[in-house]
Ligand binder design. Structure first.
Ligand code: FO1
Length: 313
């Protein structure tokens, strides 16, 4: 089986870790949201790509899910001393990634080539690819104005009320070569338990992607990041409410109508399985909460089983 996983940051990265323990490198390709990318101190930072890379390499900070474990912040303190804004917590080790990425971009390498370079040096066999090599910027429309994504997410701690989202640059963007190739050649597509508005919508905003997923030839499965009416991490619940959706796995499932055949909900939401089916998707119930590596592998195994059993297309 060749699976294509679409993911954002922390939650999706956990599932990708599980999938990578089961599937061989040529059986899994991970496509990552780059709408969160931003430049800080002249350096090009790709938070979701790095979160997925660090998680698969078992380098990630277990407390935050992003950044590197046992990190220090001496450079950030020095930047503060020089009067720079330091609300975005770039660690000393993490900075090395952004320095090399920025240098390689300036030398004319694409984000796909740079990510491949990082994966090789981190000893990762599985392919992690950006959704696009073009710049697409998630911009959040809020009650205090229009904010670049990281300004909304980190600087304002997701507190402003969201009224809309834009993915600037997407109209003239193209899917990355790795993404395009795997939309053709994969046997199954998995939407990881990522925020449908902040992580998945940017991927779907790239011209042709939505249509190619609608026409995808194999089973398409999505995992709800909302369990028991709450987001497992981050502002998904808050944004669903602010955009007038149900704060439940059903509110998430509605975003996947036409794009997904099997919608996976947690045991806690078992009672909502029929509501999922009423949206025209198969509902599968399993434990989706990943507290440790065993949970990640267990969820990946159960999802792959569900993919194998899916009899919908
Ligand atoms: N998230 C925070 O909440 N605060 C931070 O200071 C922060 C720094 C940071 C540095 C590098 C990196 O790769 C990610 C970082 N994140 C931080 C996470 C990031 O803002 C979000 O996880 C994603 O963009 C949302 O998926």
């Amino acid at each position: 089986m060749r699976a294509l996983a679409l993911t954002g940051g922390v939650g999706g990265a956990k599932l990708c870790f599980g999938l990578a323990q089961i599937l061989e490198p040529d059986e899994l390709r991970i496509v990552v949201n780059t709408g969160d990318d931003e430049e800080f101190h002249g350096l090009y930072v790709c938070p979701d790509l790095d979160t997925v890379m660090y998680t698969l390499a078992e380098l990630s900070n277990p407390h935050t899910g992003w950044g590197i474990k046992n990190e220090t912040f001496a450079t950030l303190s020095a930047l503060d001393r020089l009067g720079q804004e330091t609300w975005f917590g770039l660690g000393d080790q993490d900075l090395a990634t952004h320095i090399v990425r920025t240098q390689m971009l300036r030398q004319g390498n694409s984000l796909s080539e740079i990510t491949e370079h990082f994966c090789r040096h981190l000893g990762l066999g599985h392919q992690i690819v950006p959704m696009s090599d073009d710049r697409i910027r998630t911009t959040v429309e809020t009650d205090i104005g229009t904010l670049p994504f990281q300004t909304y997410f980190v600087r304002h701690r997701c507190e402003p009320t969201v009224t809309g989202l834009r993915f600037d640059g997407s109209d003239s963007s193209e899917v990355s070569p790795g993404f395009s190739e795997s939309l053709e050649s994969s046997d199954a597509l998995i939407f990881c338990p990522s925020n449908p508005y902040l992580s998945v919508a940017p991927i779907l905003s790239i011209p042709s992607v939505r249509k190619r997923i609608e026409d995808f030839k194999g089973p398409r499965l999505a995992v709800s990041p909302i369990v028991g009416g709450q987001a497992l991490k981050g502002p998904a619940g808050k944004i669903l409410a602010e955009l007038g959706e149900d704060v439940s796995c059903i509110g998430v499932a509605r975003q996947y109508v036409g794009l997904c055949d099997v919608f996976v909900i947690d045991e806690l939401d078992r009672d909502l399985a029929d509501d999922v089916r009423n949206l025209g998707m198969e509902a599968v119930v399993m434990n989706t909460i990943m507290n440790n590596n065993r949970d990640k592998v267990e969820l990946a195994r159960n999802l792959l089983q569900a993919v194998t059993e899916a009899d919908v297309r």
